[in-house]
Structures are given as C-alpha cells and as structure tokens.
Ligand binder design. Structure first.
Ligand code: SAH
Ligand code: SF4
Ligand code: F3S
Length: 440
C-alpha cells in the first residue's frame, strides 16, 4: 500500500451539489486538474481521486452530502489508495467538524483554494491537506473552465457576497464580493461563442452588484452583447437593492438581454424582511417590479421564498402569500427556514415548528403551481422564438428549448432543426412547467 502513495493519482471523479456557481466552479476544477494531467474517471469505483463539490445553504443539503460521504468512505476502505476530498461551501463551513468526524478525508478545500488542488493532491508523499483560506483577491479570471458542450454556458462574473442576509451562510463560505475583470469575462465569452455557445448566463450571488473599475453591471451586459455569435444573455441572481435604473434601461433596450429575471424576495412581510436584513420593504420590492414591468412588458419573473424564518407569525406568512398573488410569479423556489451556524440569525432561534413550516411550504407550493399554470395557459396561441437545446426528456423525436422568458418549450423535431438554431413556435397547450408547441 505504501508504494501507492508515491504514484501520482491520474483519474478523478467529481460530484457537484448546490447552485449554478458550484457547477461553474466544478468546471474550473476540472480544467485545473486536466492541465495537471488528470483524466475523468468513468465511475467512482475506478477513480484514483473522488471529489465532492458541496453546498451548505440548508441543513438538508449538508445531510445529503454526509450520506454520500458514508458510501464513499466504504469504497475507500476497499481501495485504500484512493483519495477522497471535499470541496466547496460545506468544506468551508464545517471544516472543524469534518476534521473530527471524517478523519479519513484526504483533502478539504474551500472555494478559494482550487488553484492549489494539483499541489495538494499530487504531493510526492501525500499528506492529508486542508486549505480553507478565503482570499478576497481570487477570481480565477485567468483560468479557462472546462465547459460542457451545449448551446448555453454559465460564466462566473462575480464571486462571494457582501450582503450578509441574516439567514445566509454564503458570505461566510464564499468570502467577500469580488468581480472578474471584464477582459477575462469577454475572452471567455468569445471562446464560447467560437465553440458554438449561443446563450450566456452571467453568474454571481448578487451578480448585479458587479463592479470592476469603471465597469458596472449594465456596461458588462452591453460588452457581452457586443460579442458576435452570442444571441441571448441572462444573469442570475440579481439582488433587488442593486437593480439600478441604468440596468433596467439596458435590459429594456439591449435586444440580446432576455426578458426574464430571477428576483429573490424571501418574504412579503416588512417585519420579517427587516429581521432577515434584506435591505428593502415589500412595498419597495413591488415598486421595483412595477418599474421593471413598465420598462420590459414581456418580462417573466421568478423568485426565492423562505417560510418559517424565526419570528414569522401567521400574518407575516399571509403577507408573503399576498405578495405572491400580487406579483404573479412565473415560478418560485420555496424553502423551509434552516438555521445555519455562523449566520447573524443563528442566535435568534427557530421559533416556527417543523410541522408549521411544512404546512406553510405546502400552501405556497400549491399556490405557485396554480399561478404558474394560469400564466402559462395564458400563452396558448402566442408565438415565441425558441433556442433549440436538443431532444426533450420525453423522447419520441420531440425537441426542447427555452423561450426568451426561460420557459421550457417542447415541439416536434425536424431533420433540419439542430441544437443552437432558433425556431419560431406556437403554444398549443401548457402545464405549470412547460409549453407544448407546434412549429409556427
Ligand atoms: N444570492 C441569492 C440567493 C442565494 S441562496 C440572493 O440573494 O437572492 C438561494 C436561496 O436559498 C436564497 O434565495 C434563499 O431563498 C434560500 N436560503 C438561503 N439560506 C437559507 C436558509 N438558511 N434556510 C432556508 N433557505 C435559505
Ligand atoms: Fe445570501 Fe443574501 Fe448574499 Fe443572497 S444576498 S447570497 S441570500 S447573503
Ligand atoms: Fe450552496 Fe455554496 Fe451555492 S452554499 S447554494 S453551493 S454558493
């Protein structure tokens, strides 16, 4: 066994949990390791190195990863030369507990340590390595991630977050806000366009807080829109406080920027929003939605909502229900509040019981389902340009793609329609989650 420790491992299996930003980071990690001579393993059982890129946003996310680690620990027992590492937000969040509870982990690396992975993994004599130093200067801007081939690519524009919402671990696990230099982003986007990508999604936890020298987010969007071959631009997630008039104007006037916004509200109650330290009231949020809709009439909106935050009373929850009805979101991601260590709300407590959280969650899931269905049915008979992605999951020669509003459209295939093409479709029927269309 000792001899194995001197052979640099060559194949790697990487699993990714969490948000788009983690998916983008995994593409970066893949590129870093590829350059250091690693190849992708076909299955975890064959890999010399197994890495999990993890999420810490809610307790449930961490529990899932701990379960998976248990499976992999057994695999490692059978193959002692294999190295098992934890990357990402949970590595950063739980390093102390992990060192204690999972001593068989060979590597713990936080989101700012990926440059050092080959060094950490490839040491002549391997010693377990931990690097969870956050680095407010690290943007990885000079490193080209290894993108998965497709018509859409997610490009990191900014890292970290400075908002410190009371419930959220992101500022603690991802560190201070920093923007990737516009030249690095544009080089990346040009390369992607040349490789056949047609749609760019700019990423950041508060992506519209982007600022690099003189370049703010609206200017960045215009620069990306200038890249030939890129037809559609989106971004996620914007923070309501950073939706400047200039950004709204750019969304309205730049045809490549698509009419869809994921605009997390979290709650409809001013009292809860203040306790969450979100930086806006429900009235301010609704006024922003009105300004957006006035400027971009075809705008689709989605959101994130947390139910059962500490201190949320029934009338606070009713205010959230009311706000959802008022806005009429196209879709919503809904969560039960999960207390997170290190956050400002950690000490406040968790006043709403699990059962009540579940009840509130079910109510808004059902409400959103009916709103989504209604909004999609209202589109029957309308025509949209759809960027073709490939075969639909349902098979049978059906193709799928997205409308400008980021709704999934499915339609019959045709030998001349290839991924990357834009086709015109007419909506024939609709569910809460997709539009069934005919070619127009
Ligand atoms: N940066 C984004 C959100 C990133 S996290 C923004 O500010 O809008 C994605 C979503 O997870 C959040 O919008 C929130 O709804 C949810 N979330 C974050 N922390 C949570 C917690 N402690 N419990 C439950 N949901 C949480
Ligand atoms: Fe978390 Fe708030 Fe930052 Fe979003 S803006 S990542 S919710 S702290
Ligand atoms: Fe999770 Fe980290 Fe994203 S905590 S939601 S993977 S930024």
């Amino acid at each position: 066994m000792a001899a194995q420790n001197h052979i640099p491992p060559r194949s790697v299996w990487l699993e990714t949990y969490g948000c788009q930003m983690n998916i983008a980071d995994s593409q970066l990690v893949t590129a870093v390791l590829r350059r250091a001579g690693y190849a992708a393993a076909a299955r975890p059982e064959d890999a010399d190195v197994i890495l999990l890129n993890t999420c810490a946003i809610r307790e449930h996310a961490e529990e899932r990863i701990i379960g998976r680690l248990g499976d992999l620990a057994r695999l490692k027992q059978a193959r002692p030369g294999m190295r098992l590492g934890l990357l990402g937000c949970m590595a950063q969040h739980n390093r102390a507990a992990l060192i204690e509870k999972a001593p068989w982990l060979d590597l713990i690396a936080g989101p700012d340590s990926y440059r050092r992975l080959p060094e950490m993994l490839g040491a002549e004599r391997f010693d377990p390595a931990i690097d969870v130093r956050l680095n407010r200067g690290e943007t990885y801007g000079d490193l080209a991630p290894e993108y998965e081939a497709g018509v859409r690519a997610y490009v990191t524009a900014m890292r970290g977050c400075d908002k410190f919402c009371a419930f959220c671990v992101v500022p603690y696990v991802r560190g201070r806000e920093r923007s990737v230099a516009p030249d690095d982003i544009l080089r990346e986007v040009r390369g992607l366009a040349a490789a056949g990508v047609r749609e760019i999604v700019l990423l950041g936890q508060t992506v519209n807080a982007y600022r690099a020298g003189e370049t703010g987010f609206a200017a960045l969007l215009r620069n990306v829109a200038g890249v030939a071959g890129i037809e559609r631009i989106r971004f996620t997630s914007p923070h309501p406080s950073d939706m400047t008039p200039e950004l709204i104007e750019t969304m309205a006037s730049e045809p490549k920027v698509q009419p869809y916004l994921h605009l997390p509200v979290q709650s409809g109650s001013d009292r809860v929003l203040a306790a969450m330290e979100r930086g806006y009231t429900a009235g301010e949020y609704l006024a922003l939605v009105a300004r957006l809709r006035a400027a971009i009439p075809e705008l689709a909106l989605s959101t994130d909502i947390i139910v059962g935050f500490h201190g949320e009373q029934d009338d606070d929850f009713r205010a959230t229900v009311e706000l959802m009805r008022t806005v009429g979101y196209d879709s919503a991601f809904t969560f039960k509040y999960s207390v997170r260590e290190h956050t400002r709300a950690f000490r406040l407590g968790d006043s709403v019981g699990e059962e009540e959280k579940g009840r509130r969650l079910s109510e808004i899931i059902a409400l959103q389902e009916s709103i989504s269905r209604e909004r999609n049915r209202a589109l029957i008979g309308r025509e949209f340009p759809v960027l073709v992605e490939g075969p639909a999951r349902r098979g049978g020669g059906i193709l799928a793609g997205k409308t400008p509003q980021f709704k999934t459209a499915v339609f019959p295939g045709h030998p001349e329609i290839a991924p990357g093409a834009t086709v015109r479709v007419r909506v024939e029927s609709a569910t809460a989650h997709s539009l069934s269309c005919a070619l127009a």
